[in-house]
Design a protein around this ligand. Structure first.
Ligand SMILES: Nc1ncnc2c1ncn2[C@@H]1O[C@H](COP(=O)(O)OP(=O)(O)OP(=O)(O)O)[C@@H](O)[C@H]1O
Ligand SMILES: [Mg+2]
Length: 251
């Protein structure tokens, strides 16, 4: 059987901040129907890599291809309209707005009318529909009218994913979606990610190694900006370089 199609490709991506090389010639391919985890210690360059793939940070070198098109010079909103969704390491929801309103605003980002961003929101039935669908998918359908600022930590992370889904992406870039979650919330989120895998390409940055090794099809390990190993969970777990640099003896 042929491998699922490559939806997002990064080629030789580097990013320097002054003298610091935060991302060092990283290449990776995200395929439909798969979860690709990127792991590494604090400061390894994982979030910077996501920022470059999503269009929020320009690379110092290298290129990004989305659905077969070179999008290296495209802005983040343009990439989002083309099917690239992301969530952030820190919550970026709007407290004071309801769950549904947060999702609807995210859905609006996919429309072609940025000048009518807020005013036309309530009139845009397609956005409301996308918002409802995304909220339901993440298990927030009972909380549509709730103030997002009053949600539990886990629910806020679910809302982040819902906002990402509301843009109807093909590719999901998720920066530590499990951070700060309890065991039960983690389980629920992992179930959701397993569900979302079908039809999407998911890049998952995560520190929870048990979760990563359970859910990922491919694991890429970064140290000081560079990839030291990439492959199946079994391959990475057995890699002497990874054990020495990162996993230690615990795994
Ligand atoms: N805007 C910036 N200006 C200067 N240095 C930056 C900037 N953003 C990130 N860095 C530096 O780049 C390096 C990589 O940071 P990054 O946030 O990508 O790491 P990370 O792997 O996501 O870490 P964590 O696991 O803590 O989230 C760090 O040394 C960080 O201090
Ligand atoms: Mg980070």
């Amino acid at each position: 059987m042929p491998s699922p199609e490559i939806l997002l490709r990064g080629r030789d991506i580097s990013r320097r901040w002054g003298g610091l090389v935060a991302v060092d010639r990283v290449s990776l391919e995200l395929r439909r129907d798969s979860v690709h985890a990127v792991i590494g210690t604090n400061g390894a360059g994982k979030s910077t890599l996501i920022d470059i793939l999503s269009g929020e940070t320009a690379p110092s070198a290298g290129s990004v291809e989305l659905l077969g098109k070179d999008v290296t010079r495209w802005t983040q909103p343009r990439r989002a309209r083309r099917g690239l969704g992301r969530s952030y390491q820190r919550n970026t929801i709007f407290p004071g707005l309801t769950v549904l309103e947060n999702c609807r605003l995210a859905a609006q980002a996919r429309t072609q009318r940025p000048w009518a961003w807020w005013g036309a929101a309530s009139a845009c039935a397609a956005s409301v529909e996308a918002a409802r669908t995304a909220a339901a998918r993440t298990g927030l359908d009972d909380l549509l009218g709730h103030d997002a600022g009053l949600l539990s930590h886990g629910q806020k992370r679910q809302l982040e994913i819902a906002m990402c889904l509301a843009t109807r992406p093909d590719v999901l870039l998720l920066d530590e979606p499990l951070a700060g979650m309890g065991a039960e919330e983690t389980e629920r989120m992992l179930e959701l990610l397993a569900e979302l895998k079908s039809g999407h390409a998911i890049l998952l940055v995560e520190h929870d190694m048990d979760a990563v090794f359970r859910i990922a099809d491919v694991v890429t390990v970064m140290v000081d900006g560079a990839v030291i190993a990439s492959g199946t969970p079994d391959f990475v777990r057995a890699s002497p370089a990874v054990r020495a640099a990162y996993l230690g003896d615990a795994h």
